[in-house]
Design a protein around this ligand. Sequence first.
Ligand code: ATP
Length: 355
Amino acid sequence: MIAADLSMTQDSRPVLGQAALSLQGLSRSFGSLQALSSVSLDIEEGEFFTIVGPSGSGKTTLLRILAGLDQPTEGQLLLRGRDITRLAPNKRPTAMVFQSLALFDHRTVGENVGFALKMRGIAKAKRDARARELLELVRLGAEYFDKPVTQCSGGERQRVALARVLASEPEILFFDEPLSALDYRLRKTLEVELRALQKRTGRTFVYITHSLEEAMVMSDRIGIMRDGQLVQVGSPAEIYGRPDSRFVASFMGEVNILKVAEGRLPELDLPLPGTPDGYVVLRPEALRLEEGTETGAPGFAARVAEVFRLGSRVQLHLESPAGLMIAELPAETQIRPGATARVSFAPEAAHWVAE
Ligand code: ATP
């Protein structure tokens, strides 16, 4: 019922094959600093799109332009084919959910959620009813309605803020690291809830974060930013399994990166026939270990420097001819620090990247 209520209105019905947002060569410079360099991308209707990148890579600059809080020095932004590059934020069917959780502290949860409706002149009974529906949508029960927001926990405030943004019925929601201030467990819970909320409402969510782990849980697609450029766009599985540079691969967590030259891995003195010069990325779980260093077995010799038990798996730090390497093995693996091992991997597990 609530989901139906939030569905697209007749006027803004999505046009088949037309992106919700089309970013066309967006650039932004601040004096001599190029914060954003020709970012082009189509974000589809009903998609959960996450922009990930290190600090200073241009995420906030991009999101502010998408939300209309800033303007690009070059390029265009289309909303379902319509140029909105210079349209004021309040004229757009979009809304931003800020990290700072700008709630009215002296008001109740219900008043906070109903604020946008009040601004639109909707009568109290109707807006209270709607606020209760929205609270239910973000999984806050009826008992929260009359609570002052000052008595809410961080996670509850986050949900109130979301319900308040949803009250204005935006078609596209922008999130600027909304969970970064919360503790780990709460963040994990809210990640799952946010994804579920996005599915229930069918809205387009554009989210920025430092945390690739967070992006992996929630997103349909992820865009990786580096130095103001969008360097790779893909599904979480594509980004994880087929990163197209060392930068993206290392951003995806702990990986082993080895140089390839003339069909060999020179550091490990191993052949890798047919592989062009560049690098290969090996996930920790791709490495196989056999204790002892029998000569003749394929692979390379390494010494187990550290053993970390991580619940369902064991992580090993290996001293190898290529320096520190990381392996992940099943939890039942019995191996001790100081052991020597023969390490191997299936050639197809080595993912090649040019740079
Ligand atoms: P973080 O994760 O730390 O928030 P970010 O990826 O969001 O970083 P941006 O805030 O977009 O990065 O900043 C990109 C670059 O643009 C940085 O070098 C930043 O210093 C610069 N920058 C951003 N806003 C301005 C501004 N108003 N004036 C001058 N430089 C700016």
